[in-house]
Design a protein. Structure first.
Length: 177
């Protein structure tokens, strides 16, 4: 099945990308911080408007508005590629047994695979849709039992919305208001 992507329309996009086989790899502060830093780095490089994010143990959600001239898929690929390299280097240095679970054969070559090859995206066609996705992201750690309230989970944009500016990636909600 060939999924249709709607680029170049200026709409917010809710994107989810998952770790290889949904293995809970993003379970420590170092790896979660790498994901946050990489999202911020790539967002700045491509002028994405970032409305929301959450880093979970086996997936990441973001809500972004890409500039109309770019395709979002390659940008998400860049986030995945940069973060995978950094995490792979740490796993190699520590001789982590996780490396065995993250080996795949792609195109006849054995590789390290932190992320699934595809991602899921949804075009947000209204403000209600955007805020539903933002609230979904912020409540995801609570729903999963990882935090008692959205503010207890450091690796999301919830803190930014509550006025906390240290530790969070800058959120661009005023850019689309």
């Amino acid at each position: 099945m060939n999924l249709r992507h709607y680029d170049h329309d200026g709409r917010a996009r809710f994107v989810t990308f998952c770790t290889h086989k949904k293995i809970p790899i993003l379970t420590n502060r170092t790896f979660r911080n790498i994901i946050q830093e990489t999202i911020d780095e790539v967002r700045n490089a491509h002028r994405l408007i970032l409305l929301c994010y959450v880093v979970m143990p086996e997936h990441v959600h973001i809500v972004v508005v890409p500039p109309v001239e770019i395709k979002l898929g390659p940008v998400i690929g860049e986030i995945k590629r940069i973060s995978a390299k950094k995490i792979h280097d740490i796993l190699m240095t520590n001789k982590s047994p996780l490396l065995n679970k993250l080996r795949v054969i792609r195109h006849g070559v054995e590789r390290f695979a932190l992320w699934q090859t595809r991602c899921y995206d949804h075009n947000c066609r209204s403000w209600d849709s955007i805020w539903e996705k933002v609230n979904y992201c912020h409540n995801n750690p609570v729903k999963r039992g990882l935090a008692k309230s959205p503010g207890d989970w450091e690796w999301s944009s919830y803190g930014w919305y509550m006025g906390k500016r240290d530790g969070c990636i800058k959120i661009d909600v005023e850019e689309v208001a």
